[in-house]
Structures are given as C-alpha cells and as structure tokens.
Ligand binder design. Sequence first.
Ligand code: N01
Length: 540
Amino acid sequence: MTDEFDVVIVGAGVAGLQMLHKVRELGLTVRVFEAGGDAGGTWYWNRYPGARCDVESLEYSYQFSEELQQEWEWTERFATQPEILSYIDHVVERFDLRRDIRFDTRIAALTYDEPAARWTARTEAGDEVVARFVIMATGCLSAANVPEIAGLETFAGEIYHTGRWPHGPVELSGKRVGVIGTGSSGVQSIPVIAEEAEELYVFQRTAAYTLPAGNQPLDAELQAAVKADYAGFRARNSAMPSAGLARFPPNPASVFLVSDREREAAFEYRWQRGGPVLLGAFNDIMVDKAANDLAADFVRRKIRQIVKDPDVAALLSPKQLIGCKRICLDTGYYETFNRPNVHLVDVASAPIQQITPGGIRTSAGDHELDVIVFATGFDAMTGPLLRIDIRGRGGLPLKEKWSAGPRTYLGLGVPGFPNLFTMTGPGSPSVLTNMMVSIHQHVTWIGGCLKYLADNDISAVEATTEATDAWVLHVNEVADRTLFPSCNSWYLGANIPGKTRVFMPLFGFPAYAQTCAEVAANAYEGFTLTRSGMAPAQAT
Ligand code: N01
C-alpha cells in the first residue's frame, strides 16, 4: 500500500527543517525527502575549504524558538560551514526532526492527480508516496553547475565541485591544483587551497568584486546584547530591504551630495568594517551607474594597493558594475595573488578549450594539474525545481509552463500546480535577503495558509493566472528600477547556457512581506480555493 501524508516536503535544508517543525505544530502528517545523507542542505553539501557564511552569525539563525536562540552560542562573526552544520544538527536533535525525514532519497517526479486532489511523489528508487500538499524546500543554490568542457572525462587526476565537496579528507598538499571560477565559492576557497597546494592555478573568466569579510571572534558583549532583545533585533532586520544588517543600515543620502573626501572616507569606513555594507554607503549605488562607478573605482583602487604585480591587479579588477552580480566576501583573497605558488590564468582572453588527461588547455597553452576544482556555481533558483519532473493539472510539466522563464505568484504558487508551494521561489526576495529571514516568513505564511485551508474545509489552493501575470510584471518593474539586471549574473540565469534570461528574485523584503500578509488577510486573494468535493469556491 502506498503511504499517504497530509504534506510532503522536498529538502531537509534550513527551509525544509523549519517547515517540518511548523507542519507538525499544525497536527498534520508529514514526510520529508532529502537527497543528502543528513540534514543541512547547502551546509551539508558545500564543505569546500574556507566555506563560511556571508551573513553574520547572529542574524543567520532560526527565530522560531526563543529558547533555541538563547541557548546557541556562535563563536565567530561569520560562522564556518562546520559550525553552521553543528547548529543545524543541534536543531534537528532538539526538535526531534530526524524521525520524519528519509535521507539519501532524491525525489524524481511529482504528479498531481486532479480528481483526487493528491500529489504522488516518486523517488529515484521508484518508491511512491501520496500527499495533499507538496512543499518544495529544494533551495535556490543546490543544483550544481558543471560546465560542459570537452575532454572532462579524460582527466587523469581528481575532480571536485565546491558544491559537492567530499565528506572525507581531500589531500591537496604537494599537488598542482586548478580552480575554475571566481564567484563566492572560488573567492572563499582559493586563499585556503593556496596555503595547501604546491601550485594553484586560478582560471578566471570574470573578475568578481570581493570585500573583506572582517571576520573575527564574536564579541561576547554584542552577543549578550542581541540575546537580551532578540525579538527586537529580528524585527529591525526584517524592516531592512535585505532583511538584515539593521545594525549598519544603508545611508539614505546620495553620493553626489558629498565632497570627494567625504565620499572616500565613507567607502573606507565601510571597507574597514567588513561585510557587504560598502554597497550601502550611499543610496544610489544600485540605481545610478555614475554612483556605482564611484564605488567600483574605490574597490579597484584597493585591488591595485593590495596586489603587487600591476598586471595581475589589472586582471583581478572587475569591469562590470559592482553589486549586480552578487558581491563576495573574503578573507585574504587579493593578498593570495602575491604568493609565489598562485597563478592567475585569464580565460576571458584565452578561453578554456579542453580538459586533457594532464590538465587544462586554454587557447594560450597547457596547464598541468593533479586536481581540478569546479567553483562554477549553480543553476540557480529554477534548477532545483526543474530537475524534478513536476506535472500539474492535466499532466502539464513545470518545465513547459516555465519554458519562457519562471512565473509564480509571490514566489509561492504556480497556476496549474495546486497545493504545491515553492519556498523562497523565483519571484520572492530569497537570494537578495538573509535567507533565514525569508525562510521564516515563508514558513509562517505557508503554515498560516495550511491552517486556513483546514479550518475552512478547502481541499485545493492554486495561484490564479491573472495574479501571477501581474506579479511577474511587478517583479520585473522593481528589478528595472535597479542596476541588478544589467550584467550576466545567475540572478538572471545568465550563467547557464540556453537558460531564459529573467531576473528571478524580487528586491525589497519589507514590502513583499507586507503584500503576503495582506493576501492572507484577504482570504488568499489571487489564489483559487476549492472546497472539498466542490467546484472552485473563490476565483480572484
Ligand atoms: O558561483 P558563481 P558560486 N569557464 O556562479 C565561473 C552563494 N554562495 O558557487 O562569471 C570558466 O557566483 C564563472 O565565471 P563567469 C552566493 O549567493 C554563498 O561562487 O560566468 N569559468 C564564475 O566566476 C553566490 O553568489 C557563499 O564568467 C566559468 C564562477 O565560475 C552563489 O552561491 C559561498 C565557467 C561561478 O560563480 C554562487 O556562488 C558560496 C566556464 N565554463 C556561494 N563556468 C557564502 O555564504 C562558470 N565559470 C559566503
């Protein structure tokens, strides 16, 4: 007999775990499926050397339990991957979450049975369960991207992807290592790999902007002060566009209203403070190209000061706008290129042609390697959803529905896919925020929706096409008021060959959270609600 649950959750990362806790609170039956061997999602998979969060520890934590946030002690301003994973393990144990999770189980297909108003979830092994609701907690950056490079399978050495780093030790000492990619994963891992490897070759196609993280042991007084009013701390962060950094808010003034000296001092102050706050030095950096150029020039000057070889400094200096690709945070990234064992390979001017048994061949020559590390990122936001064969009403595949790019209402629901929720989905603030806050908001909203459906004897909830069309327009209009869509970022899907270019996340957390609350208060306006055994009860 096929097992049946009220809710199936796909993914036991940070989002799936909190959602599981909420669904249990509602008294619903639930099964979570997780492809990994344990909980943690991003933090389970991304074990590469130097992996660390770029959101401050005091903010990158759950807020659903006051006891939990009081008892956990963070040790560093920006937590390492192992520390976050042990935090997640603590949460899993504390709330006894493991018993509802099936690990090492990847969902291959989800199919909606319209007459029964039930989803069937099929695992890769072919097992099936049935559920009324499916909650996709598959993450935004979980579908690893390994570019198709000729000859990859011929390489005689070891190959790793930062997002699929082995759980056992990886020995790099005495080896010639090549890292392809200089986004956040490359920027974090390169300084650490450089210390271990005999020779490190960094294959850079686009130079990234990276700012000093300013990591340090967490100030005990600060931790105590935050804990004394964690609710207030959370509320202040939730009122920020990025759902964070309220302790160091963006400056509301224009860069053009200050003198050159004041501008430089403002940039320098934020550079020294560490973290991503340089982008908030003035209010026009992300909306006005001339303002953006001033911030970008400041960082390029820093690169020239740090990197001794002027040719290397020039290659490391990004040309695109600052911030329109996700800004990176680092510990000693630019300094690493002063080491004699580190070599920057410019694959923009001399592209990678093929991987050979002995290494990487660019149009300028061969690089002999023992290890290749792909720090080449992810098929972001839609990848984790579309790698599952999701079929809604009438057997419509989500892949077909989204052939011209993702279309959701609030980043939570898709027309034609009743009772399926996409946590931190495209069309929601997600990756432009502290994910912990966006996840909390989605757990709360979905939990409220499930309760409303149960209280009102409603068997199906489905985003309307009208509401979705208007929402997609809104997301694009908001993006077009910023500089975000102006470079080839993964926010746009531009890192994946053939992927439709659509700016996927929505800028601005507070307005979004307000809209979601209003939709809920208005009996889920924009969704069609179908009462049990009846035709649609409400179509808005
Ligand atoms: O991936 P990316 P990532 N040949 O897509 C290059 C989060 N994150 O894993 O820019 C040569 O940013 C590509 O070059 P280009 C964070 O949100 C957070 O680093 O396409 N190069 C680029 O340099 C982040 O933004 C944390 O020209 C190729 C790199 O690979 C997101 O994850 C840590 C190539 C990919 O950069 C993704 O970061 C890590 C090719 N064929 C990640 N294909 C923290 O919390 C791709 N590249 C700190």
